[in-house]
Design a protein around this ligand. Structure first.
Ligand code: NAD
Ligand code: TYD
Length: 344
C-alpha cells in the first residue's frame, strides 16, 4: 500500500508512522508536513537515514503545505499514492482562541485542497482524522457522544475540524470519493508537544514551576493512549465503510484536577504546585465517547489502560528531556509566556 500521511512530524502522525512501519514493513509511506512549531522532522530522522525496510517498504519525507495544490498533486502523482491519511492540522484550542485564522486556513481550506487533489488523482481511500470536540460539550450525567450526535463545536479549533468533516461528507456525496472520518478523544503519549495538558504539566512539575489548572479543574476529558488511536485509524483505513464516521475513545474519563494530582504523585512532586488560573473561554465541560460502532464494525478496543499509558508516557518524557527542551525553545516559549501571563 502506498500512503500519503500528512502531519507525520506532529504527535499522533509520528506515532502512527512508527507503528505502521513496524506492523506493515511493506508499506510505502510518504510523510507530508509543513513543519510548523508543532512539527519535528527529527522524530523520524532514523527513517530518513534508512528509508528502505527490506520488505519493499519505504519512507519519504516532503516539506509541503496541505493548502498547496501543486505540492500535494506532485506527491500523489510521483509516488503513485493509493490512500491519504490526514493528520495535518492546527491542533491546540488555546491557540485557536488567540488567533482562529490559521485554523481555518489549514484545517478547512487545507482539508478541502487535499480532498480535491485526492479526487482528481483518484485515490482509493481518504481518512480524515477528526476529534470528539466537533460534538461540543456534555453535561456530567449525559450519555457519551455517538456518531449520531449533532455537530456543535464551541472553539475555533473544533469549528474548523467540524467544517473539515462536512467537506469530507460533501466529497463523498457529491463526487463519490471513498473517504471515512475518525473522531477520537484526548490522546497522550510520547512526542506530544508540551502545550497540551500532560506534557505541559510534566515539564512544569520537573522544574518545580506552578501547574496552571483552568477554572476549578472539574472539566472532564476521556484519555486514550496514542497507539490505541493509531490502531483505530489503521482499522478505519483498511476496513472502514465509505462515508462513515467512527468514534474512538479510551474509556478513561477523568476530571483534570484528578489527572494532574495523579501525575504529581507519579513524579513524587507536591500537590502545592497546582495553581488555579482563569478559565479558558468557552471551555467544554466534558467529553465522552461511545465507540460501539467501531467495536462492532472494525473490531476496535483500546488495549492500554490509563495507568499503563501514563507510566509509559512519563517514562518516555523522563528519558527524553532533550526532546522537550528542543521543542520548548523559540516561538513556542514566547507564545506560552504571553498566554499564561494573561491568565494569572
Ligand atoms: P500536532 O499539532 O502535534 O501536529 C500537527 C502536525 O501537522 C505538525 O507536524 C505540523 O507541522 C503539521 N501541519 C500543520 N499545518 C500544516 C499544513 N498546513 N500542511 C502540512 N502540515 C501541517 O497535532 P496532533 O495532536 O498530532 O493531532 C493530529 C490530528 O489528530 C489533528 O488533525 C487533530 O485535530 C487530531 N486529533 C488530535 C487529538 C489529540 O488529543 N491531540 C485528538 C483527536 C484528534
Ligand atoms: P488540552 O490538552 O489543551 O486538550 P483539549 O483542550 O483539546 O481537551 O487540555 C485538556 C484539558 O486540560 C482541558 O480541559 C483544558 C485543561 N488545561 C488546563 O487546565 N491547563 C492547561 O495549562 C492546559 C493546557 C489545559
Amino acid at each position: 500500500m502506498r500512503i500519503l500521511v500528512t502531519g507525520g512530524c506532529g504527535f499522533i502522525g509520528t506515532n502512527f508512522i512508527l507503528l505502521m512501519r513496524e506492523k506493515h514493513p511493506d508499506w510505502y509511506l510518504v510523510n507530508l508536513d509543513l513543519l510548523t512549531y508543532a512539527g519535528n522532522r527529527h522524530n523520524l530522522a532514523h527513517l530518513e537515514a534508512s528509508p528502505k525496510t527490506g520488505q519493499g517498504g519505504t519512507y519519504v519525507f516532503a516539506q509541503e503545505d496541505i493548502c498547496d495544490p501543486e505540492g500535494v498533486t506532485s506527491l500523489l502523482r510521483d509516488h503513485r499514492i493509493d490512500a491519504v491519511v490526514n493528520f495535518a492540522a492546527e491542533s491546540h484550542v488555546d491557540r485557536s482562541i488567540n488567533d482562529p485564522s490559521p485554523f481555518v486556513t489549514t484545517n478547512v481550506q487545507g482539508t478541502q485542497n487535499l480532498l480535491e487533489c485526492a479526487r482528481r488523482h483518484k485515490v482509493q481511500r481518504f481518512v480524515q482524522v477528526s476529534t470528539d470536540e466537533v460534538y461540543g460539550s456534555l453535561e456530567s450525567d449525559a450519555p457519551a457522544f455517538t456518531e449520531e450526535t449533532p455537530l456543535a463545536p464551541n472553539s475555533p479549533y473544533s469549528a474548523s475540524k467540524a467544517g473539515a468533516d462536512l467537506l469530507v461528507r460533501a466529497y463523498v456525496e457529491t463526487y463519490g470519493l471513498d473517504a471515512v472520518i475518525t473522531r477520537c478523544s484526548n490522546n497522550y503519549g510520547p512526542y506530544q508537544f508540551p502545550e497540551k495538558l500532560i506534557p505541559l504539566m510534566f515539564s512544569k512539575a520537573m522544574r518545580d514551576e506552578p501547574l496552571p489548572i483552568y477554572g476549578d479543574g472539574s472539566n472532564v476529558r476521556d484519555w486514550i493512549y496514542v497507539d490505541d488511536h493509531c490502531r483505530g485509524v489503521e482499522l478505519a483505513l483498511l476496513q472502514g465503510q465509505k462515508g462513515k464516521a467512527y468514534n474512538f475513545g479510551g474509556q478513561a474519563e477523568l476530571p483534570n484536577i484528578e489527572l494532574v494530582q495523579t501525575l504529581l504523585d507519579q513524579l513524587s512532586k507536591p500537590h502545592s504546585l497546582i495553581t488555579y488560573v482563569k478559565d479558558r473561554p468557552g471551555h467544554d465541560r466534558r467529553y465522552a465517547m461511545d465507540f460501539s460502532l467501531a467495536a462492532r464494525e472494525l473490531g476496535f478496543a483500546p488495549q492500554v489502560t490509563f495507568e499503563q499509558g501514563l507510566q509509559r508516557t512519563l517514562n518516555w518524557y523522563r528519558n527524553n528531556t532533550s526532546w522537550l527542551e528542543k521543542v520548548q525553545s523559540g516561538e513556542y516559549r514566547d507564545f506560552m509566556n504571553q498566554w499564561y501571563g494573561e491568565r494569572q
